[in-house]
Design a protein around this ligand. Structure first.
Ligand code: SF4
Length: 143
C-alpha cells in the first residue's frame, strides 16, 4: 500500500515536469514528441527530475510511438528466471531485448503486454505456476 505522501510527491513531480516541458517546448508535447529523434527525446526526458529510464521509455514508446523497449519489474523477473541474464542494469536488459527484437513499435508493445500477462498469470513473484506456463519446456527456471 502506498502512502498519501507518495502520491503527493508524484503530483508535485508531474507539475514540475509539465511546467518545464511547456516552458522549453511551448509548441506542446505532441509536436515536441513528433519532432524529436528517438534517442534525443529519451535523453531529454531522462534529464527531467523524477523521470527514470522506465518512465522515459514508456513515454517514448506509448506517447511518442517510437521503438524504445520498456523494462519493468515483470520483464526483469521473467527474463531472470528464464535464464536470459542475471543482475543486469536497466540499460543492460534494454540492450538485450532490443538486440533480439525488430525495432518496431507494435512488436515492442505486444511483447511487453505478453510479458506482463505471463508474469501475472504464471511467473508470479511468489510461487510461479511453472506447470501451466507456456514456456515451461524451454525455461531455465532460475528461481
Ligand atoms: S516456467 Fe516458471 S519460471 Fe519459467 S517463465 Fe514460466 S512461470 Fe516463470
Amino acid at each position: 500500500m502506498r502512502s498519501s505522501c507518495y502520491f503527493r510527491q508524484k503530483a508535485r513531480r508531474l507539475k514540475r515536469f509539465f511546467a518545464r516541458a511547456l516552458r522549453e517546448h511551448p509548441e506542446g508535447l505532441a509536436r515536441w514528441f513528433r519532432a524529436a529523434g528517438t534517442r534525443e527525446l529519451r535523453a531529454e526526458l531522462l534529464d527531467y527530475d523524477g523521470v527514470g529510464p522506465e518512465t522515459a521509455d514508456s513515454m517514448v514508446l506509448y506517447a511518442a510511438g517510437r521503438p524504445s523497449f520498456v523494462i519493468d519489474a515483470y520483464t526483469r523477473r521473467f527474463a531472470e528466471r528464464f535464464g536470459a541474464g542475471r543482475g543486469l542494469s536497466y540499460d543492460g536488459w534494454k540492450r538485450l531485448f532490443e538486440a533480439a527484437l525488430p525495432p518496431d513499435v507494435k512488436v515492442y508493445n505486444e511483447y511487453h503486454a505478453l510479458v506482463v500477462r505471463l508474469a501475472k498469470d504464471f511467473c508470479r513473484k511468489s510461487g510461479p505456476l511453472c506447470g501451466g506456463c507456456p514456456l515451461n519446456k524451454v525455461c531455465g527456471k532460475r528461481i
